[in-house]
Ligand binder design. Structure first.
Ligand SMILES: Cc1cc2nc3c(=O)[nH]c(=O)nc-3n(C[C@H](O)[C@H](O)[C@H](O)COP(=O)(O)OP(=O)(O)OC[C@H]3O[C@@H](n4cnc5c(N)ncnc54)[C@H](O)[C@@H]3O)c2cc1C
Ligand code: FES
Length: 276
């Protein structure tokens, strides 16, 4: 980062908007100073809309894509609804990248079991695509991706392409199939997939991101398969404001999720009462 103040956003321009669902858009953004964002998979930025406010959003593109970066935004409130009203060419402010992302070096030569629930696919997609771009560095890749219903699936074309790769195992699930929707895959919450996949507990690292409710059930299912605690890597979401360890909004006991995370090894947080 080359800002004088950690609170000063850099001007950025929306290059493209891809409408995914009723609620989620993918924004392709470039920094006006011409520099790459320089993020690691799992890091986030604070996006600001003039006169509205700021919100933390995970970077969804791989760092290998350096001229632009992508944010997948679900509209839920002030900032995210304002973002959805923007058009190609409009400006946003960007602070960051912030936080500790996934350790791509540590994961080398390991088997990776990705467990993505709902919007959890957004930060994990950055790591998944990074791994595919450096495929020879990583061993077996298994992706479990679950949503509430088929129409909520994000990155559908990309997910289809992941499933067609010979070097990857992809399992999809939805909680339920509403009338009129088609679905050829598993039906049930994401934990119903865990007993169906084959993995070696000595070489596999599970990388998990999803809604808060998902974590304790996924961890329980992984523990039932005897995966060691330190083989579980989680990306947590907490209410954030400053994004840089100053305001205390994201604090869990002594940990600041914005600075010490959002990516944690399970062993770091399993004894923190409010973490999971
Ligand atoms: C590290 C991190 C990464 C994130 N990545 C993404 C991402 O990639 N894509 C994305 O769409 N969202 C992401 N979020 C969530 C996003 O930051 C919030 O939804 C956003 O702050 C809402 O801002 P807003 O001004 O639109 O909503 P507000 O007007 O602030 O709130 C709207 C409603 O949503 C609720 N709300 C606000 N923030 C949260 C929250 N963090 N958790 C639960 N409920 C909340 C409020 O209580 C209110 O009901 C991320 C959050 C964090 C902390
Ligand atoms: S968001 Fe301010 S301390 Fe983490």
């Amino acid at each position: 980062m080359n800002n004088d103040s950690i609170y000063l956003p850099r001007a950025a321009t929306i290059k493209n908007i891809n409408r995914f669902t009723e609620l989620e858009n993918l924004f392709e953004i470039t920094l006006d100073d011409g520099n790459p964002l320089g993020h690691k998979p799992g890091q986030f930025v604070e996006v600001s809309i003039m006169g509205i406010g700021e919100a933390p959003i995970s970077v969804s593109s791989s760092p290998t894509q350096s001229q632009t970066f992508e944010l997948c935004v679900r509209r839920v409130g002030n900032v995210t609804n304002a973002m959805h009203r923007l058009k190609k060419g409009d400006k946003v402010g960007i602070r960051g990248p912030f936080g500790i992302g996934f350790d791509t070096e540590f994961l080398k030569d390991k088997d990776i079991l990705f467990i993505c629930g709902g919007l959890g696919i957004v930060p994990l997609r950055s790591l998944i695509n990074y791994v595919f771009e450096h495929r020879a560095d990583y061993r077996k890749v298994t992706i479990l991706y679950g949503c509430k219903a088929p129409h909520e699936l994000l990155f559908t074309n990309e997910v289809t392409a992941w499933g067609q790769r010979k070097d990857t195992e992809l399992h999809l699930t939805v909680d339920a199939v509403p009338e009129g929707e088609h679905w050829n895959y598993n039906v049930g919450v994401i934990t119903t997939l865990i007993p169906k996949v084959d993995f070696d507990i000595n070489t596999t690292y599970a990388v998990v991101c999803g809604p808060p409710i998902m974590y304790k059930f996924v961890i329980k299912s992984l523990k039932e398969r005897d995966l060691p605690d330190d083989h579980i890597i989680l990306s947590l979401e907490r209410r954030m404001k400053c994004g840089v360890g100053k305001c205390g909004h994201c604090q869990i006991n002594g940990i600041y999720v914005c600075q010490d995370g959002p990516v944690f090894n399970y062993t770091e947080i399993k004894d923190l009462q409010e973490a999971l």
